[in-house]
Ligand binder design. Structure first.
Ligand code: ZN
Length: 347
């Protein structure tokens, strides 16, 4: 009900012309959009924040064009923000992780509209050419309609019969398989485990593998981004960055950068925090590595003079309706959040 009220409120705001007012008030601020993967089948129903239908993405891009937002490469947008020459309500498009579905569906859509973008590519699974094990296993458990699962002999450390109708038991089994794969197996063995699991869950792993639903692009494929006008940038090697251990954090970035240097000739100086997790302690570590911007998953606009190692973004997903997306893009969502925070602080 609250959600329906929110949507009705947004339609009223739009009708009253408040989207235009918000856009005017926030015109100097940069809108950095954030996307992830794309659906081949029903992945958007499984994880609507992680996977978007290609047609939803096409609709969003059409809206950017219809509302006259200029889309700039991230680096240029940030430079022009500093110099005060950013076009009004300018947009930069960023895409996290480097899912194969983005190369397949998202990149051609962007090229059709001449929209530049930045893809943050995490390199471990790109190099191994294996599906992202955790997401694949979660998908298998989500899509199975089997009543029971026999874990005996599936892998060392796994065993027992699971009643899949019991959500808690189902969740425990899923987590045990993920933990087993992560801690005991290499990428190839993890994939074999996921395929065996699919069989026991009554699913056919062949189409999932054939479509590459849960894979990233290979490093070789990522070279194709240049011809779509898409810049390849940093997202760590194994999709994690320490907030306590500087050497470990640096190693993640440097390994990622070393592998990406074979993919692109452009300077590799933009970073995206994996899973959005960041700490002010990391800002100086990143600057020392020559990084000039780091994006988060904090929802908001990026304004002149703001911390460049914590760039807020507008997070789009299949769970975001068109009216919500339009409100965020206009700056109304960010303005309302800012106002709420100010009122809370004052109180
Ligand atoms: Zn990520």
């Amino acid at each position: 009900m609250a959600y329906r009220c929110k949507l009705a409120f947004l339609y009223c705001c739009k009708y009253l012309g408040l989207f235009g007012v918000a856009r005017l008030l926030t015109r100097r601020e940069l809108r950095v959009l954030c996307y992830h993967g794309f659906s081949f089948r029903d992945e958007h129903a499984f994880r609507p924040k992680l996977f978007m239908r290609p047609e939803t993405f096409a609709r969003r891009m059409a809206l950017l064009a219809a509302r006259g937002h200029q889309v700039l490469p991230l680096g240029e947008a940030l430079d022009r923000l500093d110099r005060g020459t950013l076009p009004d309500a300018a947009v930069a498009i960023t895409v996290d992780d480097g899912w194969y579905g983005f190369l397949r569906f998202g990149a051609p859509e962007l090229a059709r509209r001449n929209f530049p973008a930045t893809v943050y590519l995490t390199t471990y699974y790109a190099e191994k050419q294996a599906p992202i094990f955790k997401v694949l296993v979660e998908y298998l458990f989500w899509s199975s309609t089997a009543a029971t699962l026999d874990l005996d002999g599936l892998a060392d450390g796994l065993g027992g019969q699971v009643d899949l109708a019991d959500p808690a038991a189902r969740g425990r089994a899923r987590d045990a398989v993920i933990e087993c794969g992560d801690e005991r197996l290499d990428a190839r063995a993890r994939t074999a485990l996921a395929h065996a699991l699919a069989g026991r869950l009554g699913l056919d792993p062949a189409p999932i593998a054939g479509l590459r639903m849960f894979e990233l692009t290979t490093l070789d494929e990522a070279k194709q981004y240049a011809r779509y006008g898409i810049d390849v940038q940093l997202h760590t090697h194994t999709h994690r960055i320490s907030a306590d251990d500087r050497a470990a954090a640096e190693a993640e970035v440097m390994k990622n950068r070393a592998l990406l240097s074979a993919v692109t000739d452009a300077p590799i100086v933009h970073f995206c925090y994996p899973s959005g997790l960041h700490h002010p302690r990391q800002y100086e570590w990143l600057r020392a590595l020559g990084i000039v911007s780091a994006t988060t998953t904090v929802a908001g606009l990026h304004y002149p003079g703001e911390e460049r190692m914590a760039v807020a973004r507008l997070i789009d997903g299949e769970d975001v309706t068109d009216i919500e997306f339009e409100a965020e893009l206009a700056g109304l969502g960010p303005l309302l959040r800012r106002t709420r925070r100010a009122v809370a602080d004052a109180g």
